[in-house]
Write a protein that binds this ligand. Sequence first.
Ligand SMILES: Nc1ncnc2c1ncn2[C@@H]1O[C@H](COP(=O)(O)OP(=O)(O)OP(=O)(O)O)[C@@H](O)[C@H]1O
Length: 307
Amino acid sequence: MTTTAAATTSVVGFESVTKVYGSVRAVDGLTLDLHPGETVALLGPNGAGKSTTLDLLLGLKHADSGAVRVFGTSPREAIVAGRVGAMLQSGGLMDEVTVGELVKLACDLHPKPFRATDVLARAGISGIADRKVDKLSGGQAQRVRFALATAGDSDLIVLDEPTTGMDVSARQAFWATMREQADQGRTVLFATHYLEEADAIADRVLVLHRGRLLADGTAAEIKAKAGARRVSFDLEGEIDQAALRRLPFLNSIDVSGQTVRIQSTDADATVHALYGLGVYPRNLEVAGLGLEQAFVAITEAEEAKQS
Ligand SMILES: Nc1ncnc2c1ncn2[C@@H]1O[C@H](COP(=O)(O)OP(=O)(O)OP(=O)(O)O)[C@@H](O)[C@H]1O
C-alpha cells in the first residue's frame, strides 16, 4: 500500500494559533509542524488544550487567530480529500445500526476506502459485526471508533485518548495495529494520559500546558529536559528524615519503611552528601526519570513559575 504523505514536507502546520473560551486560553499561540511518518504523542494535564488542538486540526473548531494547515490546505479540504482519519473521545457512533453497517458506511464515504471486512478484522471487531452499536461495552465502542478512523487510506491518523476503556490485550493489539499504520508511512498523532504508551510508541512527544507547548522532543529528550534523576536506597535502623530532607539538590523525597526515594537535580552531589551524613545506604540505585516523572516535573515547574 502506498501513501502520498511522504511527498509533503509538512503534514500539520500550526502558526501562532490561539483559541479562547471566555477567559480561558485553551490554545495559546501554538506553533507546531508535524512531518510525514512521525508518530507523535500529545501529553498534558487535564485542561491543557489537547482536545481543542485536535479539534482545530480537524476543522471542528476554528482558531480565533493564527493559521492551521493540514497537508498545505485547510483542515476541511484535507478531510474531504480523505487524507485524515480521526478517532475522537466520545460521540460519533450512530445508534440503531450494527457495527458492520456503520463500518461499511464509513468505508463507502471514504474517497480511498479499504474493504469493510478488512477494516473490521484490523480493529478486532469482526466477531461483533452484527451487534447494535448502542449495545457495545466501552472498550468495544473504542475499537469501533478506531475502525472508523481507519476505514480508508488516510495519510494522517488523529486519535484522542484512543485506548481509554480498553483492556490490556485490546490496548496491545491496538498499538500493534497503529505501528503497522506508521510503518506504512502514515503520520499518527495521539493525545493520551497513559505516559507509558507515549514512551513506548511515540517517536516525538509534545507536552502541552495551558495551551502552550512546554516541551517537544523524543521521550529521551523530554526525560533529560526534566533535569533530574532518581536515587533510591535502603537504610537500616531509625531514619533521620529531617537530615535527609536537607540533602542538596532535592526535588522530592519519599520515605517508605526503610526505603528512601529521592528525585535530585544533581544526583552525584546528593549521593556524596548522603555519605557525608554518616549513613550506609544499601541497594543504592541512580536512574533517569521515567517519562511520567519527567512530565510531572516539567509541568509542576511551570505551575510554580506561574504562581
Ligand atoms: N466548549 C468549551 N467552552 C468553554 N471552555 C472550554 C470548551 N472546551 C474546552 N474548554 C476549556 O478549554 C481548556 C482546554 O480544554 P481541552 O478539552 O482542550 O483540554 P484537554 O487537554 O483535552 O483536557 P483533558 O485531558 O481533560 O481531556 C479547558 O480549560 C476547558 O475547560
